[in-house]
Design a binder for this molecule. Structure first.
Ligand SMILES: NC(=O)c1ccc[n+]([C@@H]2O[C@H](COP(=O)([O-])OP(=O)(O)OC[C@H]3O[C@@H](n4cnc5c(N)ncnc54)[C@H](OP(=O)(O)O)[C@@H]3O)[C@@H](O)[C@H]2O)c1
Length: 246
């Protein structure tokens, strides 16, 4: 049964098109806090969201955090203006930036910071009826020749999220976690891609994720059929996998 749980929502990666589509698909939004690295883009996201929600839309605030140190993430989570009942973790980058610092940068953006936000939020709100929605990727289900650095960060994020969700459930915490594994979703992240097959419209992805969150699902593939290659590919031996050009 769907719960009307998600009224006060914070988003890490507050400019993410997918996260904004999730917010637009939630029926009872009351307050939103968009957290991100850049004030101008956050303001644009706030305008887009307000425009998409109509006149009776939620109260939307923004918080620019740059690249926060771990202590700063704890400070922010400990002094939120209101207690969230949903946190969406959507920050991520697809391509390794050039140079020796590129891989550490991708690991920071896709893995280290999301894991810090998730673990601090889970620690502070572990006794609260709340949900974390963590956007990982099917790319983390198996290492591929074409995007193994991105896949590595998402595999780590998925494993961290699944493990934490299991621990919280075992400890009887009311805080639940939905791990989201999109395939290809039409956002700015993949807009340069020439092959447009298999791409899910962003608004549809938002609806699928919102429904999964409201129903308290543990894992949500976007769309659902990405679960089939996701699960089957885990069973294929590496010798065969390395001959597939993907
Ligand atoms: N679109 C897809 O096909 C797809 C598929 C699987 C998984 N995903 C995952 O879905 C999540 C949301 O992505 P999206 O599709 O909505 O793309 P998006 O609109 O580009 O959102 C990406 C978010 O990550 C933030 N970000 C990017 N680089 C950053 C950096 N160096 N430091 C801090 N923040 C940074 C962006 O902030 P700025 O606006 O400031 O850049 C933005 O808020 C990501 O975790 C992505 O990996 C996407």
């Amino acid at each position: 049964m769907e719960k009307r749980c998600c009224r006060d929502v914070l988003v890490v990666g507050g400019t993410s098109e997918m996260a904004l589509a999730v917010l637009q698909a939630l029926p009872d939004l009351r307050r939103v806090l968009l957290i991100g690295r850049d004030r101008l883009r956050l303001e644009a996201a706030r305008r887009n969201l307000a425009g998409g929600c109509g006149s009776a839309g939620p109260e939307i605030s923004i918080l620019e955090v740059g690249s926060p140190e771990p202590y700063r993430i704890r400070e922010i989570c400990g002094s939120l203006p209101w207690q969230p009942d949903l946190a969406v973790i959507a920050q991520g980058m697809l391509t390794v930036p050039p140079g020796d610092g590129g891989l550490p940068e991708m690991i920071r953006v896709n893995l280290t910071e999301p894991c810090l936000w998730i673990s601090v939020l889970a620690e502070i709100f572990r006794d609260r009826e709340m949900r974390l929605c963590v956007i990982s990727s099917v790319a983390g289900d198996r290492g591929r020749g074409s995007n193994y650095a991105y896949g590595m960060t998402k595999a780590g994020l998925s494993a961290f999220t699944e493990g934490l969700a299991s621990r919280l459930a075992r400890e009887g915490s009311p805080l639940g976690i939905t791990l989201v594994k999109p395939g290809l979703v039409d956002t700015v992240m993949i807009r340069q891609r020439r092959d447009r097959r298999l791409i899910c419209p962003c608004s549809r992805a938002g609806r699928i994720i919102a429904r999964g969150v409201l129903r308290g699902r543990g894992t949500v593939y976007v769309p659902w059929w990405w679960a089939v290659p996701g699960i089957l590919l885990r069973l294929v031996p590496r010798g065969i996998l390395s001959r597939i050009p993907w």
